[in-house]
Design a protein around this ligand. Structure first.
Ligand SMILES: [Zn+2]
Length: 157
């Protein structure tokens, strides 16, 4: 016969039917001859019944709102991460392509009008200098895009 402490450590799992069949049978057999463990199981059943009474029942609408709130949060987090990664990837790609241009084109033959990066690239790579340059609509849009990406989509509320 197992001692009561060994039974009691598994009594909650026994009550919930989570034990393997042989252990369920072992504990059932012990309970048949041990009034102390029977009493503990009775207390457990009573507590469990009370908890069931207290549990909150949500209406379908409330459940839907909770799910929506959760999914919205998850979506915002995903969007934020994706925007952050794509902004970083864009900057790396631009820097890499500028580096390739420098390798492929000898500096003596560089034609500023054909090699110069687009406004977007200028702003993304050297946006700290952008304020000193003459303002134009394209640059303003590009600046806004960079600022928006750096915010990580927080403004999309
Ligand atoms: Zn016992």
């Amino acid at each position: 016969m197992k001692n009561c402490n060994d039974i009691l450590t598994r009594l909650s799992a026994y009550h919930d039917g989570e034990l393997p069949a042989d252990q369920q049978q072992e504990i059932t057999a012990h309970l048949a001859v041990c009034s102390a463990c029977q009493q503990t199981l009775a207390d457990l059943q009573q507590t469990s019944a009370q908890l069931r009474q207290w549990s909150v029942t949500l209406s379908p609408l409330q459940q839907e709102r909770i799910v929506q709130a959760y999914q919205q949060r998850r979506w915002q987090r995903t969007l934020r991460t994706a925007l952050g990664l794509s902004a970083a990837a864009a900057v790396i790609a631009i820097i890499a392509s500028l580096g390739w241009l420098n390798v492929l084109i000898p500096s003596s033959s560089k034609d500023v009008t054909t090699v110069a990066p687009s406004t977007w690239e200028m702003v993304a790579v050297a946006r700290d200098d952008a304020t000193t340059q003459a303002s134009n609509p394209d640059q303003d849009v590009a600046l806004w895009m960079v600022a928006s990406l750096n915010e990580g989509g927080n403004s999309r509320e």
